[in-house]
Design a protein around this ligand. Sequence first.
Ligand code: TXA
Ligand code: MG
Length: 417
Amino acid sequence: DWDINLAKDSHDANNLLQAVKQLQTSSRPVAFPTETVYGLGADATRSDAVAGIYAAKQRPADNPLIVHISSLGQLRRLLAPTAGSQDGSPDARTQGEIPAIYDPLISRFWPGPLTILLPLPNPSPLAPAVTGSLSTFGVRMPSSRLALALIHLAGRPLAAPSANASTKPSPTTAAHVLHDLAGRIDLIIDGGPCTVGIESTVVDGLTHPPAILRPGGVSIDMIRQCPGWEHVAIGYNNSQNAEMSAPRAPGMKYKHYSPKARVILVHGRLSFGLLTNYRPARGKIGLASTMTWRAEDLEVPQHTIIQDQNAPQDPGTKDLRRFAVKTLAADVPNDRSGDGPLTNGEIDQRSESIQFSSVNLGKEAASIARNLFSALRELDLDGVDVIFVEAINETDGDAAAAVMNRIRKAAESEIRS
Ligand code: TXA
Ligand code: MG
């Protein structure tokens, strides 16, 4: 039931078939779209192929990979590898058991952005590097048609981490993958922008109570609605009550999803005073928030604003708006005692133009999830020195908790206005 046009001689079909062949015969990984983020895939059963992923990503080998499957039959064959052939024949004796705790999740969320942990079969058909020293493996069935077709045609499970360079925001377009991995990989299947935009939810049903190890595309509320999952534990540290701290030196904290710019999570209103206070000296300011900002929205102090220059509307990315606020440099008095106000020339000499780039993430949590990683990358390309990301209410259900989890991992600090 694939709605992908695999008509002979079609350009897309040839690319897809080339990717299939590469996955089957070489150790060079293939980047491919999923509904969450782009993955960097390789045959999960072959060590040389899996090693190719770690090499391209420069990823620490102790971080396990998710195995991607296109059917439950394929998963069952993985779970009972010694009982029969692995050529895809529907032989009942080859079927392994998926723990029943997962039944309601699988029927509701697969294919889709949910990863479950399963006991690693013994002996394991997976390349050891997929799971490291763990006795479990993570597996999901993506809903992206291109991903399903690729796995199905390759005829083997694909181990795939997100296709970013290690520590960078996960890629949600083929261009993001190219930006990070050009020269390290030789094939990207372009499926357009990812519809979910953050990674899958990772759940562990092998513990009591079951736990959510990573919030993601399937919300915690949706998981709690499933029988056996009502009391699911939150197994990730969201540091909801982490102390509000002033920005620390870059590199003080383990980084993830990190653009080059320093990221600061802001609870409450963004204002000129707050932003200029926390920016690096002479730094260009990036804003990722639920609106597109203009100078007049920022509570610019009357006595210091000299000019609001709306920059040309030509930032190269559709959602990014630039503006500048010309203001007296912080250390310059705005008049000379006795001698009256500054002349225009003096003002020019003593003033500074503060550059802003604003990306609108949208209002709904789902839209913020879709746009977040892309916004961090766009602002980075625009050369900002600091990115202020507006906090959203993480108890707002749906994607909000997952979004805040990702922002916190990218952010060096969290402040309140
Ligand atoms: O949406 C996604 O899950 C994307 C797309 C490509 O499918 N993949 C992805 O992979 O985000 P990666 O490698 O960036 O993240 C995998 C996450 C990590 O947090 C890893 O620690 C966890 O899954 N994981 C994988 N296997 C695990 C296991 N056996 N036990 C605990 N955590 C595991
Ligand atoms: Mg990743």
